[in-house]
Design a binder for this molecule. Structure first.
Ligand code: HSE
Length: 310
């Protein structure tokens, strides 16, 4: 069925999940972006932002614009669209703000046009927006944003996406108001790692996936370690180790840098523990005089959600 307009909520996502650099990601219920798209009688893409982030409106410089343009080109009929975006996810926060823009717009446009594309095809078009944002092709925020739940990107080139079984967990996020550009955080990473480090990381990825699949919280907790990115990236986040130890003392299963940071995530078995952990994370940054926002969310199993259609 074709529509006049579609509005979606595109959720925040936590990528990497410590050991799964560029291959694991999870969708959250909150925060999210609100994106509305409608047909326009004029060809091209007209973008309006109703948030305060001053993002570019030129469709070739706007993440949602680039993703929509890639999809529109594949359709080859030169359709015109009007797009309104309200970012609930602050750009540069490390919880998949760029992915939400790119994934949200392609899911919304696909619905508007009567669903000509599969989710994997949408991921391919959304990727163009992610490349504009970070200068690299990685789908560990985009895939959970589109598919929902906990997702493995088995292969980025062929977009081989695997939906993983999850045990119920609650995610606490703290977003300190410092800026870390993904492109910079990626430049810091080692180009090569010793074999014993790789072995530890592989074991933790397998342990984390098995822990989620079997509902084994002890195994999830033991596997939430990152030997590769955290040692270098955590230096960019003041208070990182204090947040981690305060969270663990508060009963969190574990956690680390969300995506390329600066947000930090922690997983907990219950909402009650996650709320307490979130307060502890908050308190560390308050103590350092760094403004910060905290969220607690269950796993979002749906991904981008259609909230209005006309
Ligand atoms: N996996 C990516 C990284 C996520 O850590 O650089 C950034 O959005």
């Amino acid at each position: 069925m074709k529509h006049q307009s579609i509005t979606v909520h595109a959720p925040a996502t936590v990528s990497n999940l410590c050991c799964g650099f560029d291959i694991l990601g999870m969708a959250l219920e909150e925060p999210f972006d609100k994106i509305r798209i409608e047909h326009s009688e004029h060809p091209g893409i007209l973008i309006r932002h109703t948030d305060a982030y001053n993002l570019p409106l030129d469709p070739q410089l706007n993440i949602a614009g680039v993703a929509l343009d890639a999809m529109n080109k594949a359709l080859g009929i030169g359709s015109g669209f009007r797009v309104e975006i309200h970012k609930g996810i602050k750009p540069g926060s490390g919880i998949g703000s760029s992915a939400a823009s790119a994934a949200g717009i392609v899911v919304a446009a696909n619905e508007l046009l009567g669903k000509p594309f599969s989710k994997t095809e949408l991921l391919k078009y959304a990727m163009e927006g992610e490349v504009l944002a970070s200068g690299s092709r990685h789908a560990d925020n985009l895939a959970p944003c589109i598919f929902g739940g906990l997702v493995l990107v088995r292969d980025t080139a062929s977009l081989d996406i695997v939906a993983l079984k999850t045990a119920p967990v609650f995610i606490s996020i703290v977003h300190p108001q410092i800026e870390i550009k993904t492109s910079y955080a990626r430049q810091l990473l080692p180009k090569e790692i010793p074999l014993f480090v790789a072995v530890t990381q592989w074991a933790n990825v397998a342990g984390l996936v098995a822990g989620f699949s079997n509902g084994d919280y002890g195994l999830i907790s033991r596997s939430l370690h990152d030997e590769v990115a955290e040692p270098v990236r955590s230096k960019l986040i003041p208070g990182f180790s204090e947040v981690k130890s305060a969270s663990m003392a508060g009963g969190a299963l574990g956690g680390g840098i969300s995506g390329s940071g600066p947000s930090i995530f922690m997983l907990s078995e219950t909402r009650q523990i996650a709320e307490a952990v979130s307060k502890r994370m908050n308190a560390v940054f308050n103590g350092l005089g760094i403004e910060n926002f905290a969220y607690v969310s269950p796993i979002n199993t749906e991904g981008v959600k259609i909230v209005e259609s006309a």
